[in-house]
Design a protein around this ligand. Sequence first.
Ligand code: HSE
Length: 307
Amino acid sequence: MAAFGPASLSNLGPGFDTLGLCIKGIGDVVEASFSSTSGITITSSDPIPLQPRANTAGSAAHLVMTKAGDKRGIHLHINKGIPLGSGIGGSAASASAGAWAVNLLLGKPFEKKELAYAVLESERLASGGGLHGDNALPSLLGGLILTSPVSPLDYRRVNITKDLHLVVILPQRSILTADARTILPSSVTRTDAVHNASDLVFMLHALVTGDWAALSPYMMRDRIVEPARASLVPFYQDVRDAGLEAGACAVALTGSGPAMFAVAKDAESTSIIRDAMVEAAGEGARGIITMADMDGVHELTHSECSL
Ligand code: HSE
């Protein structure tokens, strides 16, 4: 059985570790089958760790098998559709696809929400030990996820009812989440904390009401995380300017970067925004036109086999 774990945009400006959005059309595929070798074995043609305890799909598969009390051996084959270290939740997508592929193989004994622990715990491998669900939960459940780093199983899934047209730019470089977390400030001023909290609530209101034009400035003036990480992304300001000049409602870094995304006001404006941002992101960058995905991880469909 094969599952497609979608990519996700996290933080969305001021929502560090608390907000993530599942996106369509790009993701990782994990194929699961029973094996005569005990435990979890993994193959992939991508440069990823193949030890089950160091691989988010392997870890998630192991946790689902443990939850099911099933001791059979499992083989996973992983196909990374998401570039490594890109900032759109590749490790989380593998975790959700690993968990769901095994769940399908077992005859679907669990609902998605019962697998939240498995994907969250597995995502820990990629984040340098921290537990945050702003990629893992959107990839599993779809939609916009509000999550608590204090208690990641406390989450809310918000359905976005109006079409949300997005552009994602994938520059030709990678940043490891664990590294991009070490450069963050360890304390912030009350002024900055209140500023970010206020921007977060107004941004959330715009997202929930589908008022894309109201996303800026709230999505674009994070004072705590994005300024520190912009220093790792040399074309950051150029991509922001290019996206806005091309008509984007807002542009921000996703996760730990270097990928950046833009919210477009409609489908017609997406290709102009994409072209402008790709050019600003330099050689080797590519752009994707996508939308919010309300479904999350699912069995691989025929059309996704050719992605
Ligand atoms: N919220 C996390 C971070 C997401 O920004 O470090 C990592 O992809």
